[in-house]
Design a protein around this ligand. Structure first.
Ligand code: NCD
Ligand code: ZN
Length: 457
């Protein structure tokens, strides 16, 4: 048993500084070229020692120490998700800032960036401020809002990005909608550049996707559903890269999903442009066949309806290879909670999106085990790389850093139960499936914000 009451520096007499010892864990942090079995010593919320035998016998036996035995588990810097949808303000019945941050902690995250398609849209200072204030009140992982590019996500009038940034926004996006007008996009890149904000594009040429509900291909034909062709994503990424180059601005592709878009980003990077991209776990793991088969075997699975849609094996292969070689910088969940109201209905009527915050480790470790993704790249894609995109300080296991740490059990096989998720919604085809690998503990500044029930008993 781990007695976490000792971790509170205000508890047990009040004056004792906090001491947490991770004993003989496999610690992985590519930023400091660390992948070794070490002790990590945390004092008063900061990492003070890292190394084999770094924790003295005296420390470990100290009355005030919380000692966590590695036992084959991994200690990683806590994660950063630059693409989540918490539904506050407006649709708190799907998710609110409290439940969203709880889910983030359970997934191993220390930072999340919230997309602006709330109701009202986060297109002004007052809403950004309110989100930041509410998150501070809740505590736990840090919430960084992403402001809208255009007012009301309408694609016409730019927002006051200086105000948004001052209020705490770390980027701008019209996510859920694409900025299709080239003149508006050019102005957005120019304007955002003055404030050093990344422009995060939901790449979808709406003229090519009107009326679509899934990826355009053999499966959509078989199911009789209108499809979203790959080229609708590629055409926007290609145009935006040209615009970003002309302007000299930072450009980030949200939830990249096609072979063509990965190639375009790779070429842009080779040409030295400031272009970055993220990919979701579902676009790394599922094809459009999942829509037809369904997680419950029924087909027309609304839990597999998502924007951009689940594509084909060659797209998955390109996304996995792109993530492995650094073309795709980051893993982002696009955590998009929807309730049964929006999902238990005909496929055409269902809202797109699926949850992801609590499923990253269980679902994606298979790629590491299969040798498709190194553990170092997996960690970087969840920590330093996404932090770089939005310009926040990345969690790290460096001595002196805040002890934002996630403890992972890579061997624990378990079935993801909806009832155990902290998110208010359970819309994911992965719920009910069995995976190997789980988050056991998340600490922020040395304090536990998530402990898996039974992890230390
Ligand atoms: C997003 C949502 O639910 O907010 N859904 C999704 O499928 N990614 C918005 C969107 O991108 O359509
Ligand atoms: Zn999104």
């Amino acid at each position: 048993m781990v007695d976490w009451s000792k971790a509170s520096s205000s508890g047990r007499g009040g004056r004792d500084p906090q001491l947490v010892v991770f004993s003989a864990v496999r610690a992985v942090d590519p930023v400091v070229e660390l992948d070794d079995t070490v002790d990590i010593v945390v004092e008063d919320g900061r990492i003070t020692r890292v190394g084999p035998g770094a924790a003295t016998a005296e420390m470990k036996s100290s009355e005030r120490a919380v000692v966590i035995e590695g036992g084959g588990r991994w200690a990683l810097p806590a994660f950063v998700d630059i693409h989540v949808h918490f539904r506050e303000p407006g649709h708190e019945y799907k998710e609110d800032i409290k439940s969203g941050l709880d889910a983030a902690a359970a997934g191993g995250f220390a930072h999340v960036c919230c997309m602006p398609n709330t109701k009202p849209v986060n297109d002004r200072r007052s809403i950004t401020e309110a989100m930041v204030a509410r998150a501070r009140e809740v505590g736990g992982p840090a919430l960084h809002p992403i402001g809208a590019i255009t007012r009301g996500l309408k694609g016409q009038e730019l927002t006051e990005m200086a105000d948004l940034k001052e209020a705490g926004a770390v980027g701008v996006s019209d996510d859920g909608r694409c900025v299709t007008d080239s003149a508006i996009m050019r102005s957005a890149l120019e304007y955002a550049k003055t404030f050093d904000l990344p422009v995060i594009q939901h790449a979808e040429d709406h003229a090519l996707t009107a009326g679509s509900h899934m990826h355009e291909g053999a499966v959509s034909t078989r199911l009789g559903l209108r499809g979203w062709p790959r080229v609708a994503e590629d055409i926007i990424v290609a145009r935006d890269i040209l615009l970003a180059e002309a302007v000299g601005a930072r450009y980030h592709v949200a939830h990249i999903s096609t072979e063509g878009a990965v190639r375009l980003v790779r070429e842009a990077k080779q040409r030295g442009l400031k272009v970055t991209a993220e990919v979701t776990p579902h676009h790394l793991l599922l094809t459009d066949e999942a829509v037809a088969q369904g997680h419950n075997g029924l087909g027309y699975d609304t839990f597999c309806k998502v924007n951009p849609p689940l594509r084909e094996q060659r797209d998955i292969d390109a996304c996995v290879a792109g993530l492995a070689d650094g073309t795709i910088d980051a893993i982002a969940t696009d955590h998009a909670p929807h309730s049964s109201l929006e999902k238990e209905c005909e496929f055409q009527a269902a809202s797109p999106g699926l949850i992801g915050l609590e499923l990253v480790v269980p679902t994606l470790l298979q790629l590491v085990r299969d040798g498709k993704l190194s553990l170092g790249r997996f960690v970087a894609a969840l920590t330093s790389a996404p932090s770089g995109v939005v310009g926040i300080e990345a969690p790290t296991l460096r001595v002196g850093a805040k002890a934002d740490i996630v403890l992972v059990d890579p061997e624990r096989t378990h079935t993801v139960e909806g009832a155990q998720l902290r998110s208010k919604c359970h819309n994911s085809p992965f719920v009910g499936q069995t995976f190997t690998g789980s988050v056991e503990l998340t600490t922020l500044r040395g304090q536990p914000v998530y402990v898996r029930e039974g992890a230390f008993s």
